[in-house]
Design a binder for this molecule. Sequence first.
Ligand SMILES: [Zn+2]
Length: 230
Amino acid sequence: MHLEYNPMSKSSDKQPRQILGIISSACAERMLTEWVNTDLTDLPQDAKAWERLFRRYPEIPSVSITDMLPYSEANFLPFHHQMEMAEEVAADLARAWESVDLRHFEWYTWRAQMEYEFQAASARHNFLESGVSPENFPNAAAAIIESGEPPQTITPVEAAIFYLRQNRRRALRCPNPDCLAPYFFASKKSQKYCSPECAKPSQRESKRRWWAENRASKTPGTGTSDRRGK
Ligand SMILES: [Zn+2]
């Protein structure tokens, strides 16, 4: 596909810019945040959560979704391979999100991509199903060699991680300790919390602290004030 983006043109078509010609930035943000927030519970390998993610984003697994879902005994192996891949990628994405500097951020975004690309190449070379065995070494070698180069076809996952790499400053963790989906992309410059709902407790907390401090300085020694704020 030939894609030319000219920010100076007064475009009559409202088509948003596509990352690497593949997906919109809104789509990349949705996919990445749902992916990285999928398994934050203490339950190890919450299969239901991953199944939900794969159904919403069938482009994430490196095998056809009909070969692995519904999650059942018959589909155990392909599903588990994909779940492990998705879990590892999610863990690396979370580490990237948490990174304090560019070096770590770059490291973990590339790790996430390499893990995904290796699994995708493994599926193409039928290495996922057959496991590690001497007969399978050629398939493993082919997958390793192939995943060392940019794939011929750009996938939505590659485009999404590419997008994340270019938007590090907006990839934030919500400071509300009770937040259920703490990894998000900030849409405003000063934004700290993922949503107004999450920001509320802190607004209350800072108001409470302000009152406590000001009251304390005005009426030392007493814990109460006649004029209570409601
Ligand atoms: Zn939040």
